[in-house]
Design a protein around this ligand. Structure first.
Ligand SMILES: [Zn+2]
Length: 251
């Protein structure tokens, strides 16, 4: 069933509706979109926050972690009183307060080869907010299978990477084409490598912006390229890469 825009909603979304690139048609596309966020930590929090405020109709959140004290520095939707609670429980409540019009579906579990089919099918756009390459490659494989849009983020220290893949287009390379060998998860490990809070926020917000652009079908995306960000020296660069021979995305 299609969700509708009423007068009250019009005011809630008025500042984006007045954008030529959005309008009533764009806002209707946003409220009828279904986005899955895998991992609701430093990247997933800003993604959930902005997508919920923008009016995305259905948002799925996947995480099996509980909130701990060291998360609060960068995981912006959690508070000190939330420590030891499950992230998805706290986040769903928070999102309902931010925008009661967004339907939030929580998955208090680790996404695996066994459960991913059932979860992914319900959504159009998949956002990777995970902190490990196993999950990123799992999302890559199944997003290719189901022809989803996949938006990947990775952060470490002062650095960020963002990829947008639209697997409806068979010509675009995938995550495996870029990382020829599976990188070690140590580089994504905030516990050991460290991370400055705003780095997570900036990369997560670029991901949420990519989601809205995909829903609205506007602007240039990152298909076939990676956005590499260094926030210590404020360097942003886009590097293109090609499909790799015999890659899983070739089949
Ligand atoms: Zn590939």
């Amino acid at each position: 069933m299609k969700k509708k825009l009423n007068k009250k909603n019009l005011e809630r979304y008025s500042r984006q509706i007045i954008l030529k690139d959005v309008g009533i048609i764009g806002q209707k596309a946003i409220i009828n979109s279904k986005v899955l966020i895998v991992g609701v930590g430093g990247l997933g929090c800003p993604v959930a926050d902005y997508l919920c405020r923008s009016g995305v109709g259905t948002i799925g959140i996947v995480d099996f972690d509980k909130i701990n004290l060291s998360n609060i520095q960068r995981q912006t939707l959690y508070e000190t009183k939330d420590i030891n609670k499950f992230k998805v429980d706290v986040l769903k409540k928070k999102m309902n307060l931010i925008n009661p019009l967004t339907k939030v579906i929580k998955y208090n579990k680790k996404i695996t080869e066994k459960n991913i089919n059932k979860i992914l099918k319900k959504f159009d756009i998949i956002v990777d907010g995970s902190d490990n390459f196993k999950t990123k490659f799992l999302l890559n494989t199944f997003s290719i299978k189901y022809k989803k849009v996949l938006i990947v983020g990775a952060i470490s220290k002062f650095d960020g990477h963002v990829f947008t893949f639209n697997f409806n287009n068979k010509k675009v390379p995938c995550l495996k084409c870029f990382y020829q060998l599976e990188p070690s998860d140590e580089i994504l490990n905030c516990d050991q490598e460290g991370i400055l809070g705003p780095v997570a926020g900036i990369v997560g917000n670029i991901q949420s912006n990519e989601v809205l652009k995909k829903i609205l079908n506007i602007g240039k995306d990152l298909s076939g390229s990676i956005l590499i960000i260094n926030l210590k020296n404020l360097k942003f660069r886009k590097v293109s890469f090609n499909k790799k021979k015999n890659c899983i995305c070739k089949r």
